[in-house]
Ligand binder design. Structure first.
Ligand code: BGC
Length: 260
């Protein structure tokens, strides 16, 4: 795909995950991908420089030279990573915008980039392109994967950098007990895992009182197998954008100047 044009309402998002770095051109009118998503394995160790090299490679492959939104699985404040639960610890304190701006420069001109938390990006995408419930009132979106990511939204506006996956529960981080990676690792049935998630959700709901909980991540594709097992007293609905959410939200963030 040739260079961006803001007039065409097209953006580009990159989602940095524990196993893969994924990017795609996004139609910002509809929230759909234009063309294929490109995925490259996350380097090991996933240091900032090694990851930036892969993102540069990904953009080279697609030919995109415009602004880029990039998600990381970390708290991002003033474009600087503050935590690193599921990525290399050397991210902590990294000025991510500076890293990518320079590494992704086009013909020596620094690239316009926006970096944000992966779950926050998913929340933004869901609020823009998902169901009406996603932009109505107080919404908690969770991404269930290697960890548990969270995004809090009020009428579609994000409160950034919530880290509910790290709520101590019962004696460890909630994500170490109830993420979908834990379900796989401990070979839990959907019902067994849903019981755990139900207890975690009950705690979130007790404290935050959202009107809707949206569940994303790969496991939400099988939501019919476990959402009915939940007893928590609030509507729990699967995310609509599925695995598009991070990429799409990143593209929206750079377009709309959302810089946590
Ligand atoms: C990180 C969050 C991230 C989530 C999902 C957690 O371990 O602390 O920042 O959103 O995983 O990737």
């Amino acid at each position: 795909m040739a260079t961006d044009s803001r007039a065409q309402d097209v953006g580009f998002g990159v989602d940095i995950g524990g196993s893969g770095i994924k990017g795609a051109t996004v139609d910002l009118d509809t929230g759909d991908f234009i063309g294929e998503r490109t995925k490259i394995l996350t380097p090991r160790p996933a240091t900032p420089d090694a990851v930036a090299d892969v993102v540069a490679d990904l953009l080279d492959r697609t030919g995109w030279t415009g602004p880029v939104g990039i998600t990381v699985p970390a708290v991002v404040q003033d474009q600087t990573a503050r935590t690193a639960a599921n990525i290399d610890h050397s991210w902590i304190g990294t000025d991510c915008a500076e890293l990518f701006r320079t590494r992704l420069a086009v013909d020596g001109v620094p690239r316009e980039v926006t970096v944000l938390n992966d779950a926050d990006a998913a929340g933004i995408a869901e609020a823009r392109y998902g169901s009406d419930a996603a932009r109505s009132g107080a919404v908690l979106l969770l991404t269930l994967g290697t960890g548990i990511g969270s995004a809090l939204l009020v009428n579609g506006v994000l409160y950034p950098n919530t880290e509910l996956g790290h709520l101590r529960f019962p004696a460890m981080d909630a994500e170490k007990w109830a993420s979908s990676a834990v379900k796989d690792r401990e070979d839990l049935t959907y019902r067994e895992w849903a019981r755990r998630l139900d207890l975690v959700l009950a705690e979130y709901v007790r404290i935050l009182n959202p009107q809707t909980v949206i569940v994303g991540g790969g496991v939400s594709r099988k939501a019919d197998k476990w959402v009915p097992e939940l007893t928590v007293d609030v509507p729990v609905v699967p995310a609509e954008l599925r695995n598009r959410a991070g990429i799409v939200g990143a593209a929206v963030a750079v377009r709309e100047g959302i810089r946590p």
